[in-house]
Write a protein that binds this ligand. Structure first.
Ligand SMILES: Cc1cc2nc3c(=O)[nH]c(=O)nc-3n(C[C@H](O)[C@H](O)[C@H](O)COP(=O)(O)OP(=O)(O)OC[C@H]3O[C@@H](n4cnc5c(N)ncnc54)[C@H](O)[C@@H]3O)c2cc1C
Length: 389
């Protein structure tokens, strides 16, 4: 049976970042991923434009991934406006006056994956087993043993689940999770448009739909529409001309004349929060631990920060020659991730509930919420600080 120090299931952006974070050691790390090597090396555009915080940019830079992403794929997010229905009032978030840094930087998800895979693939002690999944996992005091879908068996001192919000490994490990299927989907595509976006994102909670417009290159935005799953399926299947006509109507001409600049992608919205982020000899990272609603654009930022803390704990143990799966180390990882992610997770869920509730009282409450946010600078500054951290 082949042995590793650490076995990671899922080579998404967080699993890859975790393996890359361990590259400085000589720990033998295996990544098991159901996608093919070709799809990992050249991931296709998946519609997601990830709004990275400055902290995430710093982590990606330290890993060597930031410079592997072309400058043309990095779009500064200079501000954000939140709108409620047809009310012209907008709650505004901007980078602080005089700050050299924007609120965040938008980078396509497939470029983040590609850059991280490039780092992992170069290292001999980081091995990728693509095109397979884990079908069984057993833990004992000495470590973890897993069986892959192709029948191979691997042993490791530490098993790490990075296999997304509906993590199969989390189930195999017997860790329960709160899984909320929200009954709606998000449709995303890039559009070229005639109005200037000035680097400002718009989040617009409208009647029975939420629309976000994220500023990319000059005259190009990512358009995100949240609707019932049925409505999104209908929009995905429409021909381009009908789709654009309907989107222009839904956006009430905010972007002017539009044309499609990419394929269309649909995501059904599910949020998750695992009951535990570790169990003896195993840990959960990324969406397998915390699956955020995308509306506040923080899922990857939280996952990247979490894996960074776990990897640092492991590297410290490795340098000292102590157990890399020590329960104290794993417990500390869980506590810190809980503390940093819980406020954002719950605040985002509350925001989603308030802004998708069509009852008249909720409509008044969100208008009052936006006004309060604008007139109480400490609220606005607090939210901007969270967005930038
Ligand atoms: C529409 C949308 C917009 C978003 N925008 C933002 C944003 O602006 N900012 C932000 O911070 N976050 C954003 N997010 C969240 C972000 O995309 C996720 O948090 C991030 O992708 C999580 O990375 P991950 O590696 O944990 O999981 P994933 O990206 O889901 O990757 C999991 C990997 O595991 C593999 N896998 C799954 N099951 C198995 C299995 N059984 N065996 C082997 N491999 C398996 C999958 O193939 C995949 O490669 C957005 C999400 C969505 C849906």
């Amino acid at each position: 049976m082949t042995s590793f120090d650490i076995l990671v299931v899922g080579a998404g952006p967080v699993g890859l970042a975790f393996a890359a974070s361990l590259a400085a050691s000589d720990l033998r790390v295996a990544l098991v991923e159901r996608q093919s090597i070709a799809d990992l090396a050249q991931p296709a555009f998946d519609g997601r434009e990830i709004a990275l915080t400055q902290t995430s940019v710093k982590i990606l830079r330290e890993l060597g991934a930031w410079d592997a992403i072309p400058c043309s794929e990095k779009s500064p997010l200079l501000g954000a406006r939140v709108l409620n229905g047809s009310n012209p009032f907008a709650l505004s978030f901007d980078a602080p006056a005089g700050s050299a840094n924007p609120l965040g930087i938008l980078v396509p998800n497939h470029w983040i994956r590609r850059a991280l895979f490039g780092i992992v693939h170069k290292r001999e002690h980081l091995r990728v087993f693509a095109g397979c999944t884990v079908v069984a996992a057993q833990i004992d005091r000495g470590g973890a043993m897993v069986t892959l879908s192709d029948g191979r068996q691997f042993q490791a001192q530490l098993l790490v689940a990075a296999d997304s919000r509906l993590s199969a490994l989390r189930d195999l490990l017997g860790i329960a999770a709160e899984v909320n299927r929200l009954g709606c989907s998000m449709l995303i595509c890039r559009v070229r448009h005639e109005m200037h976006h000035h680097g400002i994102a718009t989040e617009w909670f409208d009647d029975k739909q939420t629309i976000a417009m994220l500023p990319l290159a000059k005259g190009v935005s990512s358009l995100l529409v949240t609707l019932s799953a049925n409505e999104v399926s209908r929009l995905v299947l429409m021909n381009d001309a009908d789709f654009l006509a309907e989107m222009s109507q839904r956006c009430r001409g905010r972007l002017g004349k539009m044309s499609l600049a990419s394929s269309r992608h649909a995501y059904s919205l599910v949020t998750t929060w695992a009951d535990r982020f570790w169990t003896p000899r195993a840990a959960l990272i990324g969406d397998a631990a915390v699956g955020m609603h995308p509306v506040t654009a923080h899922g990857f930022n939280i996952g990247l920060g979490g894996q960074h803390r776990l990897a640092n704990g492991i590297l410290t143990a490795w340098r000292k020659g102590t157990d890399i799966a020590d329960p104290t180390l794993l417990r500390r990882y869980e506590t810190r991730l809980r503390l940093s992610a819980a406020p954002l997770y719950h605040a985002t869920n509350m925001l989603v509930r308030l802004y998708t509730d069509e009852r008249p009282l909720a409509q008044v409450a969100r208008h009052v919420g936006l006004r309060l946010g604008q007139n109480l600078p400490f609220i606005r500054r607090g939210i901007s600080a969270v967005l930038r951290r």
